[in-house]
Design a binder for this molecule. Structure first.
Ligand code: BTN
Length: 229
């Protein structure tokens, strides 16, 4: 579609109408793009704005872990056009150095999980407190929204099948291989407004971030905003 408020919002409407799993929606631009933690997602033309729907089945891994499936799929798609450059930052940001290239937002309605992906291809917002980048700024000028969605949707579908068949373990292993090195300094902003510095340690078996604290103890983070220091 040309322009919409938010592909996630559109997909939530379709989910309520009974749309089956597997559909992908893409917009050229969004006027009300939604980001994590109630932020807006700037959505000018030239980037990829898309959403898909997964219908949860009994006995599957926790729905929130689909964020890791999506992050690995985007990372693999980016590897095809910019090999060896991107890293995943918990839970599901794709980074090039300190700059954010892609964000992922999961929303839930009953058994439907909407996975929304915003990948900066030609443009990236100028944000004071958060560096951002795009595929074009990094030299991948052959990338466009349509060829990136083609790669991404096919990688996502394969990883979804893996997640369903074998559980979170193989996805966790792929996520860790694409994440920052253990020991990477991180600042954690918790939903209650407190913040602390730590080092990346690992991802636990249910997708929580495990960090090393300066006093040598470990802490699991289930929600929050993570900054590379
Ligand atoms: C983040 O804050 O990092 C997540 C951003 C997610 C943006 C995408 S763009 C397509 C989909 N539709 C939306 O309104 N948001 C997601």
């Amino acid at each position: 579609m040309q322009e919409t408020a938010s592909t996630n919002a559109d997909m939530l409407v379709l989910a309520a109408e009974g749309t089956p799993e597997g559909l992908w929606l893409r917009a050229e631009a969004q006027t009300g793009g939604r980001g994590r933690l109630d932020r807006a997602w700037e959505s000018p033309p030239g980037n990829l704005y898309c959403s898909t729907i997964v219908r949860m089945r009994p006995g599957e891994p926790a729905p929130a872990t689909l964020a890791l499936v999506a992050a690995v799929a985007v990372w693999q798609a980016v590897e095809l056009v910019l090999p060896g450059r991107a890293r995943i930052k918990w839970p599901n940001d794709i980074m090039i150095g300190p700059a954010k290239l892609c964000g992922i937002l999961l929303e839930r309605a009953g058994d439907a999980i909407i996975v929304g992906i915003g990948l900066n291809i030609r443009a990236h917002p100028d944000l004071a407190e958060r560096p951002t980048t795009s595929l074009w700024a990094q030299g991948a000028v052959e990338a466009n929204a349509s060829n990136m969605l083609e790669k991404l949707s096919s990688l996502f579908n394969k990883l979804l099948e893996t997640w369903r068949t074998y559980g979170l373990d193989p996805i966790r292993a792929l996520w860790l291989s694409a994440a920052h090195e253990p020991g990477t300094p991180l600042r954690i902003n918790l939903p209650d407004g407190t913040a602390f510095d730590s080092q990346f340690y690992t991802l636990d078996n249910d997708g929580a971030l495990i960090v090393d604290l300066p006093d040598g103890t470990k802490r699991a983070i289930h929600a929050g905003d993570v900054f590379l220091l």
